[in-house]
Design a protein around this ligand. Structure first.
Ligand SMILES: O=C(O)c1cc(=O)[nH]c(=O)n1[C@@H]1O[C@H](COP(=O)(O)O)[C@@H](O)[C@H]1O
Length: 237
């Protein structure tokens, strides 16, 4: 049985790479993330193929536009059968509320299981320097908690945030709120372009419900062994 708290990011642009990694990881991983690199090149086939393999899919396209456009986009994406979709919380309360309401209505109308809808708070690549450059008044962690609280009020199921804010979000948004954390790196691993990071165990201890992990598995010399080590560390929490 796979640990459904682990979501492996398939940041590839060919289905050959996807098939090969999914085959190497086998039963270890049951939940995959399809993001813009894969979806923009391969399209819906990436999601439908993973569903045919019995895998759950987080379709991470980070929609960010006016309320009507995002809600319509989400309703189109829902038909692909992903378990989770996302928008940018920076689109504001009205965009998130319209999106959640329309997605639920459309799922009920079509008789679909409604995918979980989560909001990206502050990207995990953003460090203090980038944050200051944006001229933001609040500290990053306060902004993340504010976005998470707005997402909850708007009827979303959870957020994407860094593991460094997970404990604060858990406290503000309660035990059932999804906290999906990228920016996860095993001790000693390269941080790549991530800024606000933690280890898999630390992320779970802080209250993350799911860990999104890409390069530490995908770019490892032995992805199966890398996934095993991460899963073993996760079991300790
Ligand atoms: O929404 C996301 O999944 C996401 C949000 C965020 O703030 N940071 C972030 O890294 N991600 C995604 O999570 C994955 C992290 O990949 P690695 O850095 O390779 O582990 C990438 O596919 C990113 O697109």
């Amino acid at each position: 049985m796979s640990d459904e708290r682990l979501i492996a990011a398939l940041d590839f642009h060919t289905m050959e790479n996807v098939r090969s990694l999914v085959s190497v990881l086998g039963d270890r991983v049951g939940y995959y993330k399809v993001g813009m690199e894969l979806f923009y090149r391969v399209g819906p086939e990436a999601v439908t193929w993973l569903r045919e393999q019995g895998k759950h899919v987080f379709l991470d396209l980070k929609l960010h536009d006016i309320p009507n456009t995002v809600a319509g986009g989400l309703c189109s994406l829902m038909c692909l059968g992903a378990s989770m979709l996302n928008v940018h919380a920076g689109g504001g309360y009205t965009m998130m509320k319209t999106s959640a309401d329309r997605l639920h209505e459309e799922a009920a109308r079509l008789g679909f299981v409604c995918p979980k809808l989560i909001a990206v708070t502050v990207l995990t690549s953003i460090g203090q320097k980038d944050w200051d450059g944006l001229g933001q008044a609040l500290p990053i962690s306060d902004a993340v908690v504010r976005y998470a609280s707005l997402a909850k009020q708007a009827g979303l199921d959870g957020v994407v945030a860094s593991p460094q804010e997970a404990a604060l979000i858990r406290k503000a948004c309660g035990p059932d709120f999804l906290i999906v954390t990228p920016g996860v790196r095993p001790a000693g691993a390269s941080t790549d372009d991530q800024s606000r990071i933690a280890t898999p165990a630390a992320a779970l201890r802080a209250g993350a419900s799911h860990l999104v992990i890409g390069r530490p598995i995908r770019a490892a010399a032995d992805p199966g062994a890398a996934a095993d080590a991460i899963l073993k560390e996760m079991e300790t929490v």
